[in-house]
Design a protein around this ligand. Structure first.
Ligand code: COA
Length: 368
């Protein structure tokens, strides 16, 4: 009996705070005209003090669960693909697990930079297809604004914050994720790097004085790499799915730069209408860019059941990859739960678990 991994729910969350190109021109020597012509970006969202990678991921997840009509306790695996985790540990995925009350889920973070969502989707798909689990939550979430050097015009104009999530469910019905291709080339690791804060260069006065806790990038080299691999990965994933490019209804690429996407569109010789772009409103949100674009494409009626769709991404590492998906509808076997009703039980559960741990600790301490 064959098992397939279908995308049955999707949701996204972005901060309310908008930073326009004009706002940026007041901080660094740049202009709306330069940013729009070189990148296509007009504005990006910036997290406020109360928002974090986990809070955005939680909001996106609740919307995806609501859309799929799935209860948190039915989720068996949570993967948060992120380049801006809340901590080195615990995993941001564990914070999300607690905040949504996914009491039966394993949870881990996945680090593959902007390709992370493609990698996470493939990991969850394999787990479902082998029968290891029936449902997973795959999330891309970022607060890149916290790692941007706001004095570096080469990078600060590019990035934004946000999160997107999908629910993946098992079914014997053919469809869902049809193929994936994942690649890496660590020889290009220095082209896009956040040098300090890891075990090689833990935070100290030197790393802070040298600004080594912010994104450093060789833009031209990343640009060249990106245009090449977007085409290759798309062709590879389509071929693996046993399809031709003419069978693909929509390509949803990582939203880094309009010019990179345009070059890839020309390289694939496909009509621009078959490529979804929303980089102008969010900038590059790394792992979140594909799932946010998925939600917007679906809301605009560009994703319909049985459509063949390509997700394709690239990023630091270097990493790149693509997936082909046959689009599904939510399974909706029961009435949907209102999104507001996810939070309260999760908070209560978390509070009780913490209280229980304290009581256990107290009893244990008094018996020693
Ligand atoms: N405003 C105004 N001028 C800027 C600028 C800005 N925000 N950023 C760079 N410039 C200047 C440069 O200093 C350079 O000036 P110089 O010629 O006097 O040295 C000039 O613009 C051209 O720079 P260049 O790097 O050739 O521009 P570009 O056309 O390659 O565009 C990027 C720069 C960063 C937009 C482009 O290389 C890019 O998008 N690369 C990929 C980045 C990416 O996607 N990263 C994430 C991957 S997941």
């Amino acid at each position: 009996m064959n098992r397939y991994a279908h995308i049955t729910g999707w949701g996204y969350a972005v901060p309310d705070q908008i930073l326009t190109n004009h706002d940026l021109s007041l901080i660094v020597d740049t202009s709306d005209e330069w940013i729009v012509t070189r990148t296509g970006i007009r504005e990006r969202r910036i997290a406020d003090k109360k928002e974090s990678t986990a809070s955005l991921a939680t909001d996106a997840s609740i919307r995806a669960l609501h859309h799929a009509g799935v209860k948190p306790a039915e989720i068996q695996l949570i993967i948060v693909a992120t380049s801006t985790p809340e901590h080195i540990f615990p995993a941001t995925a564990c914070l999300v697990q607690d905040q949504i009350g996914a009491s039966k889920a394993g949870a881990f973070d996945l680090s593959a930079a902007c390709s992370g969502f493609i990698y996470a989707l493939d990991m969850a798909t394999q787990a479902i297809r082998t029968g290891s689990l029936d449902s997973a939550l795959v999330i891309g979430s970022e607060t890149l604004s916290r790692f941007v050097d706001w004095a570096d015009r080469n990078t600060c104009v590019l990035f934004g914050d946000g999160a997107g999530a999908i629910v993946l469910q098992a079914s014997e019905e053919p469809g869902g994720v049809l193929s994936s291709t994942l690649h890496s080339d660590g020889s290009g690791g220095d082209l896009l790097i956040l040098p300090a804060g890891g075990s090689k260069q833990p935070a100290n006065e030197f790393t802070i004085s040298q600004n080594l806790h912010t994104i450093q990038m060789n833009g031209r080299e990343v640009f060249r790499f990106a245009t090449r691999v977007l085409v290759q990965a798309t062709q590879d994933a389509v071929h693996k799915a046993g399809l031709n490019l003419s069978d693909i209804h929509l390509i949803i690429p990582h939203q880094a730069n309009q010019r990179i996407i345009d070059a890839a569109t020309r390289g694939l010789s496909i009509a621009p209408e078959r490529v979804f772009i929303n980089v102008e409103r969010y900038g590059n949100t790394s792992t979140a860019s594909i799932p946010i674009a998925v939600c917007e494409a679906a809301a605009q009626g560009k994703l319909n059941p049985e459509d063949n769709v390509v997700f394709v991404g690239f990023g630091a590492g270097l990493t790149w990859g693509a997936s082909v998906i046959r689009w599904s509808s939510p399974f909706l076997t029961r009435r949907k739960i209102h999104p507001a009703r996810y939070r309260l039980p999760a908070r209560l559960r978390s509070f009780l678990l913490r209280l229980l741990r304290k009581i256990e600790g107290w009893i244990w301490g008094n018996w020693q």
